[in-house]
Write a protein that binds this ligand. Structure first.
Ligand SMILES: N[C@@H](CCC(=O)N[C@@H](CS)C(=O)NCC(=O)O)C(=O)O
Length: 211
């Protein structure tokens, strides 16, 4: 098994933390996003979505998209469950992880990719060259502000994002908070629950090992 990786980027970091939490070793193949390796034919043949991370199984199966990757790894390595044990836990983790991705990670990406010089005509990840839009960048800032308050409220009554247990939902929400620093945004001071949770998650060995 191999994990196609670019550890500096936020999405691969989500899987790197997940893998470290499980304590498993997976061989890495670096895909240099800086030189556009993800768009080259050799990679595109394996992953038409032209993104990282991607998991390659020994039977020649390629799995991209983090939800696909983590579900496969959870099934292969069920010790240290990060996607829930009971039906209700599984549903809540899926729900909150999806919200963190949609309302948090994509909101930050909307700002970052629509304002950075390096992403002119690359405003959306993938094989199609979409132009930048200043309006979307502006809207992304509103969305990230709402992400902070929604997750702060959630953490008022829950130790972790999806409930009592640390999970993939925490990993994605945490990576969102760090990715937000790329657009000079940070958790507001009045989000005390989110700030306390962030401090706690940042001390986890798997997180410290994947800065
Ligand atoms: N929806 C994807 C997101 C993956 C993604 O956006 N990866 C970024 C790195 S953070 C990427 O590959 N970017 C390539 C590019 O910018 O062309 C998933 O869940 O895996």
């Amino acid at each position: 098994m191999k994990l196609y990786d670019y550890p500096k980027a936020p999405n691969p970091r989500r899987v790197n933390i997940f893998v470290a939490e499980k304590g498993i070793e997976i061989e890495r193949v670096m895909v240099d996003l800086g030189t556009g390796e993800q768009l080259k034919p050799e990679y595109r043949e394996k992953n038409p979505a032209c993104d990282v991370p991607m998991l390659a199984l020994d039977d020649g199966t390629y799995i991209s998209q983090i939800r696909g990757i983590v579900h496969c790894l959870e099934a292969l390595y069920p010790d240290v469950p990060l996607l829930g044990k009971t039906p209700s836990e599984k549903g809540l983790i899926e729900m909150w992880e999806h919200l963190a991705f949609m309302d948090g990670l994509l909101a930050v990406a909307e700002v970052f990719r629509n304002t950075s010089k390096g992403f002119v005509d690359r405003a959306v990840v993938g094989p199609y060259g979409y132009p930048q839009s200043p309006e979307l960048a502006e809207r992304g800032r509103l969305r990230i502000a709402n992400f902070y308050t929604a997750f702060d409220s959630r953490l008022a009554d829950n130790e972790y994002v999806a409930g009592d247990a640390y999970s993939m939902a925490d990993i994605t929400a945490f990576v969102v908070c760090d990715f937000a620093k790329w657009i000079k945004s940070s958790i507001p001071e009045d989000c005390a629950n989110l700030l306390a949770w962030y401090d706690k998650i940042s001390q986890r060995p798997a997180v410290l090992a994947n800065p």
